[in-house]
Write a protein that binds this ligand. Sequence first.
Ligand code: ARG
Length: 460
Amino acid sequence: SNAKPWGGRFTAATHRAVEAFTASIDVDRRLLEVDIRASQAHARMLGACGVLPPEEARTLVEGLAEVRRRLEEGTFRLDPALEDVHMNVEHLLGRVVGPVAGKLHTGRSRNDQVATDMHLYMKEALDRLEAAVRELQQALVEKAEAHLDVIMPGYTHLQRAQPVLFSHHLLAYFWMLERDAGRLADARRRADWCPLGAAALAGTGFPLDREQVARELGFGRIYPNSIDAVSDRDYLLEFLAAASILMMHLSRLCEELVLWSSEEFGFIELDDAYCTGSSIMPQKKNPDVAELIRGKTGRVYGALVGLLTVLKGLPLSYNRDLQEDKAGVFAALDTVEAALPLCAGMIRTMRVRADRMAAALERDFSAATDLADHLVERGVPFREAHRIVGELVLHCIRAGRRLQDLTLDDLRAHSPLFGPEAPGRLSPRAVVEARKLYGGTARQAVERQLAEARAILAAA
Ligand code: ARG
């Protein structure tokens, strides 16, 4: 026979390789706390519904409290031969309260139990993540507010395009993160369904009160279909999709920090606390944290594709494949939870080198659009204005001149259509200040954007 909790219909012991292969305790041990909590709610409900005598239910609830105490004091020794977190908890409960522990699993399966644990765990994780996203948004807002005077080159195709406020550029990330917060909140809404009571797949004949357990555990609603309840991993996919998009944003931010902190750009200097050195080159200060966040983004995408792949061919309802949901979800969660505060720290502590950005803007043609706009204001069709200024730029490149050095006479020598305000349009400040429309880069527009961002953080 077989000593496992399910050993009755077996005659032989489990192969050791099978024990090792099927065990999930190394991964699901972090569910211990929610597993105990969910079991206490289940036991209390069994008592309230009269499925168990009240004193037995109380013994189970109190025994589980003792299990939690041992977990907290570090004397709960997990046994891989017991497969997973659920059977380890039940086993220790048996040592604490005796044979009555065997009644805890009445009307319940590990299939609805593990789903309930994961829902509980993810709700709390998603709350922590949203708070961490808010922290990074706060760091961006504060940095943007502190550097409202700084103008930087704005890029498309990584070619100089038009000057923008550095604050405007930073706040672009605020809005990406705002959408991330929305996606995480949305995933949390789906994690808020309680599967308990679905049992193995079909529900149970015991008169359980699913609403009571759900209420006690803080769930917003219960799954209406027991088969769906034990099979559904959508909320994990939604978390992974939201986490992937969030990491993509962090990766883009980090890519810019890497670029900007290079000697070639020199727009920022990262704080020593967020950099590391070289074992051979004494002069080096490398942006390894930013690089690793960029690099670890791949793992999070991998977890999403991994779980989608696990699920795609599964027949209903529970299949052991579903146990594979946890490793990727937890790895993704840990990665995102580590990356968010590190990004906030890098943003808060980085030195902004306005002088280097200003110097970069000295030698470019990023006022060209505004010169064309000037002609348009004087009645020239935009396409014609575009051509005139394009030729002017080509002339300057050939003559080794800068746009902002051109006098009105120089401009008029090229086209008589230029008016007296034209040279005044050429400074980076003038280009920035021209864009006062909502969402634009002029200081007043960015201040308005900052006010909206601050209001969002105050309400969050
Ligand atoms: N450790 C399992 C999991 O994570 C628990 C459910 C096991 N159920 C079963 N029928 N073997 O999915």
